[in-house]
Design a protein around this ligand. Structure first.
Ligand SMILES: [Zn+2]
Length: 431
């Protein structure tokens, strides 16, 4: 197959020849042989297939919200060739049996590779370590462990988990939320929560756990990954930990790069719209600016979606009762373009690093995140940054519709996605 007229990382137009799932050749004026399939790239930007470190696929247990099939269809439409599926399913992915089930569902139905994340503690209950070694040794070869949705708040358990995963080069991905400081919290603690009379979620609840975990990771010489960093103070702590040479990485979500907590009070879709209710909460403009700067300078390594599908009945209810979370796979690249590229903070090589190379490296997925070059697997995303697309949740492949961008126009459009040379999306549509 020849993919004609694409600009690798936004460079000069070239063609890409794909053979047996690998990139065989990249250069100008490539001509295919007889019988070669030719795809017109139309001058789109070619990026290495995106990798998500933080996706909720909801299967098993909440197939009304998302399934491995629909979630990976959404991922492919968003330009992803691999996603890490979070462990907070029902049953929880805390045994070799469940992670192998998710891994197998991914192989059977996946429109992208599905790499299960294992729970840190049994049932996400924070009392007893799960079978980390058995999950690592399973067919799924789990390397990322997280109780995401809940924080591993017990310092002794967190220390043991960090020690344990060293044996198989694993990483603990922490959802940093001090539970006592966030009891009953509904939104960011600040001026807006004060005005609205909603219980606030202080930045310190996130920052205290991140500081503790950086110290623990350094103490035991292990690898820590911080999920969905949302405050300027968290950025400062991670910057400090990295300056010490500690093995700490971090991610930020697209929504924390664009949206702020005043949307709870006033937005295009009204006040108190639970579409903006998310964990960690949307923060202030100053936090958004700090997160963007940290992603640009590499303090934050990765953009991860925290794609969190919820059915309408769990979201379209009063604020206090609504579920927390937003879908994000199908809009991530557009939001990153708006927040980072169009603002001049990141170029396309930077986007490829933060959305493909770095997450693949942290998640230990050697078949993903490689630079587009001869010999690499043909995991390729074609993206047209000049498109302007009004957000239409009805058009999404995800089974859920809880996008915070409804009513907005976002830049860019994923034109095509190739997984080991096989198109999963062409002309913006699932194949
Ligand atoms: Zn989380």
């Amino acid at each position: 197959m020849i993919i004609q007229n694409v600009r690798v990382l936004g460079g000069e137009p070239v063609d890409i020849r794909v053979e047996d799932g690998l990139i065989a050749e990249i250069g100008p004026g490539l001509t295919g042989g007889a019988g070669d399939e030719v795809v017109d790239g139309g001058g789109a930007i070619a990026l290495p297939g995106l990798v998500d470190l933080h996706t909720h696929l909801r299967e098993p247990g909440r197939e009304d919200a998302e399934t491995v099939l629909t979630g990976t269809q959404a991922a492919a439409r968003g330009g992803y060739t691999a996603v890490h599926a979070m462990a907070n399913t029902s049953p929880v992915a805390d045994t070799a049996g469940v992670v192998e089930q998710v891994w197998r569902l991914g192989r059977e139905h996946g429109h992208c590779d599905v790499q299960p994340v294992g729970a840190v503690t049994v049932g996400l209950e924070g009392r007893q370590l799960a079978e980390l070694g058995a999950m690592a040794d399973s067919a799924a070869q789990v390397r990322v462990f997280s109780d995401d949705g809940k924080c591993v708040s017990d310092a002794v358990l967190m220390r043991r988990a960090l020690e344990y995963v060293k044996a198989f080069d694993g990483v603990v991905a922490q959802h940093a939320q001090e539970p006592r400081l966030t009891e009953g919290a509904q939104m960011n603690e600040g001026v807006v929560s004060g005005r609205l009379g909603l219980t606030g979620w202080p930045a310190v609840a996130e920052e205290a756990i991140i500081a503790r975990d950086c110290l623990l990771a350094a103490h035991v010489g292990s690898r820590l990954h911080v999920c969905h960093v949302s405050t300027a103070g968290s950025v400062e702590i991670i910057r400090w930990a990295k300056s010490k040479g500690w093995n700490v990485t971090a991610e930020v979500t697209p929504h924390h790069l664009l949206l702020t907590d005043d949307l709870v009070e006033d937005s295009p879709v009204g006040a108190y719209n639970p579409i903006y209710k998310v964990n960690p909460p949307l923060r202030t403009r100053a936090d958004v600016e700090a997160l963007r700067a940290a992603l640009a300078d590499g303090t934050i390594d990765v953009v991860a979606t925290d794609h969190a599908p919820h059915p309408v009945e769990d979201k379209e209810t009063e604020w206090s009762a609504a579920a927390m979370g937003m879908i994000g796979l199908e809009t991530a690249l557009s939001v990153v373009q708006e927040a980072m590229v169009d603002t001049g903070l990141l170029d396309w090589a930077g986007v490829a690093d933060r959305m493909s190379a770095a997450p693949a490296r942290i998640g230990r997925l050697p078949g993903h995140g490689r630079p587009l070059a001869a010999g690499a697997p043909a995991n390729i995303t074609l993206y047209d940054p000049s498109a302007r697309t009004p957000v239409d949740p009805a058009a999404y492949a995800s089974k859920s519709r809880n996008t915070p961008y409804e009513g907005m126009t976002l830049p860019g459009r994923v034109v095509a996605t190739f997984l080991r040379g096989t198109p999963t999306v062409l002309e913006g549509k699932l194949t």
